[in-house]
Structures are given as C-alpha cells and as structure tokens.
Design a protein around this ligand. Sequence first.
Ligand SMILES: [Zn+2]
Ligand SMILES: [Zn+2]
Length: 115
Amino acid sequence: MHRVTYALAVCPASLRLTDADVTTYAAIPNPAYDPSGEQWCELSHHHIGDHAAEVQSADVPDRSYWVLWRDGEPYRIALLPNCTVTRPSLVPGEDPAVCLLYGAHGGDHDFPDED
Ligand SMILES: [Zn+2]
Ligand SMILES: [Zn+2]
C-alpha cells in the first residue's frame, strides 16, 4: 500500500522574552544559539499542555533550556532533559533519529529531516 506522509503542522503560538532573559540566556557558557526575543512554539498543532520553544542549549549533556507557557499566562524557563524517543533511520545503516524536543512534551515527536 502506498502511503504519503505530510509534514506535520506546527503550533502557531509565539511569545516574546524579556530583554533581561535574552541577555541571560545569550550569556550562558558555550551557547549553541544566539537566542532571539521572539520564540515560536515547536510542538505539533493541537498539542496538549504547555507551549514550548528551545531557548538555549549549552554544555549540559542531553539537556536544553526551554521556555514554557500557556496562553495568557507568564512564561517560565527550565533546563529540561531531552526527549529520548527514537525512530529508525530512513537511511539503511544509519543511527536512529532522536526526537528534537524535551522529555514528556505534548504533541507529536519531532525528528530531524533525513531527506
Ligand atoms: Zn504550542
Ligand atoms: Zn519526543
């Protein structure tokens, strides 16, 4: 049976960090990102629970800083362990793909594109 996989729709929620938080998370040692004030939810459309966006990843193994929020409520930033769910690679012989989100996130798992 032929099966077509469509790109997952992403949650449309966004958030603006305070300048103080942008400065704080830009100043973390060995930063992976240059955090921007505007953050977009990275979870799948119609997920349950908090909205979430990765603010910074640094020299803490297997953990990243995520901003979590609900509509109309103040946000919080937490250092969370990565999601450990994997998917077999589409490429034979390659390691499995690991979900890009944090542990116990709402919505679908998000795997890197392997095209
Ligand atoms: Zn969301
Ligand atoms: Zn996941």
